[in-house]
Design a protein around this ligand. Structure first.
Ligand code: PBG
Length: 324
């Protein structure tokens, strides 16, 4: 005879008992939907490597965001595709630029929707790097900071509810905080891409916004995927400089860091379930190699279980439907 006192399977026997002891739950409140905004009207260009995602003109963006909002998704992050690029990305601080106009239109038609702007330059520079580049081809950190200040003020004037700097520029959070405060935007939070890795999983995104560097790569500013402690130093600096929410990006290959941020800091933790993570599941599901919906929900629950309070994901609408 066996004398097994501990039988963990007791709590897994039926769906009802599994529901009772489930530790992590997804909710539409957790999600932020990323959008790619283009000029024009009635534009809804499918993005080949991101099935189900589109480049949207502002009128189409509003329709889509209304649908998302009705599914319970209350926050969006905007990426702009400008009509013209230059060496410094000056379109980013054009008060009539694509992000500024999209923000005004969204806030007019869905006032309760939280509009977050991605704050970077790579979609707006002709060389595709995330700021000003010196003659020798290096990113000019401090010149980029001054331009970041112009960009966030222009976004704030347009009415964004939150700004999300994504360039891994030294001092970006502090520079943005002081610019916002000087102009009276003391209550505009900063969601910092605090630990952003130099990742191959951004491939589909760069196709979506045409932002691949014309030469070189981003290894001189984005983090080395091998470095955990360096990532923590980066996050510590952003916290000191005044970040309100700290983000890890990508999500799935960096779950250890999500957990570590959650344990070390008392700020909300966000994770960006990036384009490549989405594309992999979509591609495998299209071939019938895995159950797309189940894989989506398992990925998202893993990100939340690891410690993310907030998940930026192209799955937002699909997942909101699946869990409702
Ligand atoms: C930079 C930015 C990138 C992503 C979000 N913001 C790309 C990059 O650093 O090359 C990637 C998002 C994704 O892959 O889904 N503006």
């Amino acid at each position: 005879m066996f004398e097994l006192k501990r039988r963990p399977r007791r709590l897994r026997r039926t769906a009802a008992i599994r529901d009772l002891v489930r530790e992590t739950r997804l909710s539409a409140d957790d999600f932020i939907q990323p959008y790619f905004v283009v000029y024009g009207e009635s534009v809804r260009n499918p993005i080949g490597s991101l099935p189900g995602q589109f480049q949207l003109s502002i009128d189409e963006l509003i329709k889509d965001a209304k649908e998302a909002f009705s599914l319970g998704i209350k926050a969006v992050i905007l990426f702009g595709i400008p009509n013209s690029k230059d060496s410094v990305g000056s379109e980013t601080w054009n008060d009539n630029g694509i992000i500024q106009n999209a923000t005004k239109a969204l806030k007019d038609s869905i006032p309760e929707l939280l509009v977050i702007s991605d704050v970077c330059f790579c979609e707006y520079t002709d060389h595709g790097h995330c700021g000003v580049v010196t003659k020798t081809g290096e990113l000019d950190n401090d010149a980029t900071l001054l331009n970041l200040q112009k960009q966030v003020i222009s976004h704030a004037k347009a009415g964004v509810d939150m700004v999300a700097p994504s360039g891994m520029i030294d001092g970006m959070v502090g520079a943005i905080r002081s610019a916002l405060d000087d102009e009276g935007y003391t209550l505009t939070p900063i969601l910092s891409y605090a630990a952003k890795f130099s990742s191959s999983f951004y491939g589909p995104f760069r196709e979506a916004v045409d932002s691949s560097p014309q030469s070189g790569d981003r290894k001189a500013y984005q983090l080395d995927p091998a470095n955990r402690r360096e990532a923590l130093r980066e996050v510590a600096l952003d916290v000191e400089e005044g970040a309100d929410i700290i983000m890890v990006k990508p999500a799935l290959p960096y779950l250890d860091l999500i957990r570590e941020l959650k344990d070390r800091w008392d700020l909300p933790v966000a994770a960006y379930n990036v384009s490549g993570e989405y594309a992999m599941i979509k591609a495998a599901a299209e071939r019938g190699w895995l159950d797309g919906e189940a894989a989506m929900l398992e990925s998202l629950i893993s990100i939340k279980r690891a410690g993310a309070d907030i998940i930026l994901t192209y799955f937002a609408k699909e997942a909101a439907k699946a869990i409702s």
